[in-house]
Write a protein that binds this ligand. Sequence first.
Ligand code: SF4
Length: 505
Amino acid sequence: MEFLSTSLLELVTQTATNLPPDVRQAMSIAANTETPGTQSSQALDIILSNVDMAVEDEGPICQDTGMPTFFVHTPVGVNQIKLAKAIRGAVAEATRRGKLRPNSVDSITGKNSGDNLGTETPVIHFEQWEEDEIEIRLILKGGGCENKNIQYSVPCNLDHLGRADRNLEGVRKCILHAVWQAQGQGCAPGALGVCIGSDRAHGYDLAKMQLLRTLDDVNPNPTLANLESEIMGEANRLGVGAMGFGGKTSLIGCKITAANRLPASFFVSVAYECWAFRRLGVRLDAATGAITQWLYRDPSRLTEKMARGTGFPLTGREVVLTPPLAESQMRALKVGDVVLINGEMFTGRDNVHAYLMKNSPPVDLNGAALYHCGPVMLKQGDQWSVKAAGPTTSIREEPYQADVIKRYGVRAVIGKGGMGPKTLAALKEAGAVYLNGIGGAAQYYARTVEMVLGVSLMEFGIPEAMWHLRVKNFAAIVTMDAHGNSLHADVEKATGEQLAALQNA
Ligand code: SF4
């Protein structure tokens, strides 16, 4: 198996950096369908540019390279123990090269292993088959969308939709509810893998395995094919839009399977996948480990550019913010304003927020821009460089954010997906704003970093440390202002009403 390591490394690298053609096509359609000039359309423009940048630099499409999950078929006689070892080796090497972010955290000690290896990571599903070759499919699904997976035990009552019964109509309601509850937090537009039935644990597995289907395939079961197409139509009338900004495309795919269940149980399990739908596969010669065929893509075809323009079309009306930020400047901003940040910002996510509740900050946060981001970083000589740096889901910091803003004088919080009422009240009280970056646009934002000025709290590991970054033209949209307005609350309300209208239609 002299080519096995190289083949596996290529699979991991290509999956992390090059979106498959079916997802590219769906995202192109979404961008062309969106109303020009809207926030959703601007978000899609950045996303398309980001996809191109990732290919150009062979850098991660999104900084969250997810839980590497392999689905492997082997002929009888292939040593699965050796194959698993080679897979783990490729994952560690891809991490060392900055293609994957170190994402494996010990759940008891909180320590990041640094190489994406650890108990049950990566995830490898093995199955034997009667073919001669080895087939390996890989999905890199990030935490933001993984957190929006949802499982329903029907019958149940759903917001805006009422009771979901144990029939296909009940299933339809659950799936629509899954799209609605995700809003922009899973980096919409998303794709769904759904399993009707099975038990709790296997139902989620089967739902995730539906994400191995291409977005443009047709379900061989006509009942499920109808349901998939019905959901696509209805979900895209909800108006969640890209990043939850409100817009025409909320879903780029819906793939449903059904499995037998226990008489007492009826689960609908939904795996929510973000737009950065990284899924590729290879077939390998079982004797040499060489790639004989790529799945989902044709490497002999040129990868077409996706961007329609220069990424984020500037209008000249953008507000330039140069930290440290003044309260008066923040109070002058309103929802919908586009800002460009020039100067220093600090990253801070889950560990940093928990730390700040008990300890003073390692830097002066008065007037600071605090970026919810866990970047991919590589040390070259003495200098760190940023390989990917998009925003992470902000709602996780809701229990801490109001205190952090009020205690330390943070003036701008940057993230994605928006935050809740406690943060909104703190923004109003303190005179601060929430800025929504474009989730998954990790290459785009990495290119705004002029210099890594330093790092604090490195003991938390690379994604969780507080990085001091100097940025230029870092674009974001004010989605929560100091006047009590929240685009996220508005879109959630409007889409909830639309959900209710679908129920009554
Ligand atoms: S695109 Fe969004 S949800 Fe997907 S991995 Fe990146 S940050 Fe997470």
